[in-house]
Each structure stands twice: as structure tokens, then as C-alpha cells.
Design a protein around this ligand. Sequence first.
Ligand SMILES: Nc1nc2c(c(=O)[nH]1)N[C@H]1C(S)=C(S)[C@@H](COP(=O)(O)O)O[C@H]1N2
Ligand SMILES: [Mo]
Length: 390
Amino acid sequence: MPEGRKIVTALPENSETPIEDVRGWVTPNRLFFVRNHFPLPSIDLASWRLTVEGEVERRLEWSWDDLAALPERSVFATMECAGNGRSFLAQHAHGVQWGAGAIGHAEWTGVPVGHLLKKAGIKPGAVEVLFEGADIGSEADHPEPMHFQRSLPLDKALDMDTLLVTRMNGELLEPSHGYPVRLLAPGWYGVASVKWLRRIEVLREPFRGYFQTKKYTVARHTGRGLERVVVGPMAVKSEIIRPHAGEVLGLGTNRLFGVAWAGPEAVARVEISTDAGQTWRQADLIGMRAPYSWTMWEYLWEVAEPGAYVLLARAISSSGKVQPAEHDPLNEGYLIHHSRATPIQVLRTRHIQDQRADAETLLYDMNCFAADNTRLPLDVQIEFAGGEGI
Ligand SMILES: Nc1nc2c(c(=O)[nH]1)N[C@H]1C(S)=C(S)[C@@H](COP(=O)(O)O)O[C@H]1N2
Ligand SMILES: [Mo]
């Protein structure tokens, strides 16, 4: 059982999910990565209010009890930080030096944002919705203290899966995950999902705040030349969890295992190369395949020759987006989603016979951390896709 999150910076907390230990579909809250720009805000639930204002017919305020009285929805979604994997870049990029673990997958429960916006009445001409966290701080290139703020396009804010989250895997949010209420913009990089929400403002102009102009942007060639574009939906990506880089395997059948995700889309396929990208074979997808959610995969690799091998995985989304082989330099320190090589050794002397997961172990895998949370995360109808004996 993994001990906890892997600390990258202590104050404020930036820590990774111990992804090498991931066996299950749901990441338990205590292991789910944390990305904080500023010190944790302290929030008193009794006096906490969520304000909706701006281009609305009526400015409204909700208390915790008001919010609790509204109808809730649950959405399973993977959340990845836009800088996940930054430490692996050949060219150093500024920012938190994440390994592979700035990612997790959880069940998020809360009230659709659209519900509150409709009650407040959106005025014609509105284009975006701004979300403001209670946390305050400054950055090297922005010495003036500021709240953490991000906006969403109106249609994404009104999507019924965009939630004011109060529960993560059935539990009230931890302080570091945004207690009492955070946004979930499913399928988008984590930065869009503002924590410790205090204020929502409907805007008639696109928002130009620090975290979507100075940071969290990538360069793109547009009709107007090279422009900076704010990061939005997560890109298609996969991760090899087992074996890990440098591991020593034996001859025979070795089970490769990992996860793949495609932002707002479902994963259609995962392909594996055991010869540094020359040839590719299809992996088996196991468990759930759904939009927003990562999908686990496995591949039984028959290896007859000892030697050094380079393993690669690449994911393909339901609309046919293919995980790239190289990092796009226009992305700089964000959207690091190319297939990363996993070099391993195969020795003649080590012989470990791996087995494909059967239905029982799969269910165990999918629920293996459920006891960490107060209620089973998988109280949903499960339809297995692929996998022997299911
Ligand atoms: N208020 C606030 N919201 C925030 C942040 C923050 O620093 N302050 N960090 C963002 C970033 S960059 C990410 S990746 C996610 C991470 O969510 P988590 O810490 O719950 O994993 O929260 C987002 N929401
Ligand atoms: Mo992030």
C-alpha cells in the first residue's frame, strides 16, 4: 500500500500521485496529486458564500446549506496538470518539475454550475464565466497579490457535467483539493478546475487574467501568425505503469500495464511497441471506457531473446487523435503528451510467468483503494470491455 503523495514542493504543497503504484481505476483522495500556486486559504464554512454576479439578471449568493439543497450529479473524470511530465523534457522548462504523477482519476459529485447560472439569469451578450478561488498570492512576474482566477467559455460552463464539486470519491473535499467547493471542468487540464470557489462572474469579454495569459498558454500558428492560446482540453496520452524504466524482466510472458486518456473523449485504442517504435501491436483495454476517464490497458508480451528493449505506448482517441512520438516545442512546458520511452532489460535467468487479469482480480484492481474512501466509488453498473474470461 503506497504511503502517500510524493512531495515535489512542500510550501505550498505540490505533490504527485504515486503513479507507479496505480492498479485501480479510481485514485484515492489521499494519493490524488495536489497543485497549489498559493498558500492554502482558511475557510469558515458557516460564513462561506458563493456569489454569482456580472452579466446576470440578479446577483445571487449561496451558502453551504443552500448548495446542499440543490440536485447533484456525479461524473468520473481524469484530472491532469498541464505541466505533468515536465521534468522529462530534454529542454528544461520553468515551473514545477513534475514527474509522471500530476494526474488522478476520481468520481466528482456536485451541482452543475449551469443550475446556479440559470437561477441568476444570464444576460444576452455573455461569452465567458470567471471562477475565483479564495487563495491569494503573488508570482515572480506578478508581485501584486492576486486571487487564483480562471474563466471558461460560456458553453463549457453551462455543460451539465461542469460541476461545483463538494465530494470527491464520495468524501467531502480535503482542504488541499479545494474544500468546501471546487469547480470540475471535466476533460480539461486541471488548471481550469478552480479550487476554494468564492465568486463566479459572467463576462461579456474574454478574461485576460494571469493564469491564462502569462501562464498556462501554448504557442499556436493561427490565421494571424504565431499566437498564445490558453490551454483547454487535455491531449491524448498514455502512461506505462509496469514495468518501470530500468526494470529487469525475464524471458517468457511479461504483462505490461498502464493507463491512457483522451481529455473529453474516450480512448479507442492503445498500441504498444517493444522495439523503440518500429512495430506496434494492440493492447487490451480493461474495465471502463468513457469520455473524461482514463482507461486501464494490459499487453502480454512474449519475449524470447534476452537483451535491452525500449517500450513505448501510444493512445488513440475515439475521434482518431493519435498520441505523438515527440514533444511539440510550441507547447514549451505544457501539454507534454508524447510517448515516453521505457527502457528495460530482459535476462535469461529471470523467468516470471505473468497472467492476464481475470474478472476477479480486475474488480479488485478497480476497487483496490475503495476502502480508503467512505463509500465504494464504483457503485455504478460496470461493463467490461475486453480482457480474458470476462
Ligand atoms: N484556487 C486554485 N485553484 C486551482 C489551483 C490553484 O492553485 N488555486 N491550481 C490548479 C491546477 S494548475 C491544477 S492542475 C488543479 C489541481 O487540482 P488538485 O490539487 O485537486 O489535484 O487545480 C487547479 N485549481
Ligand atoms: Mo496544473
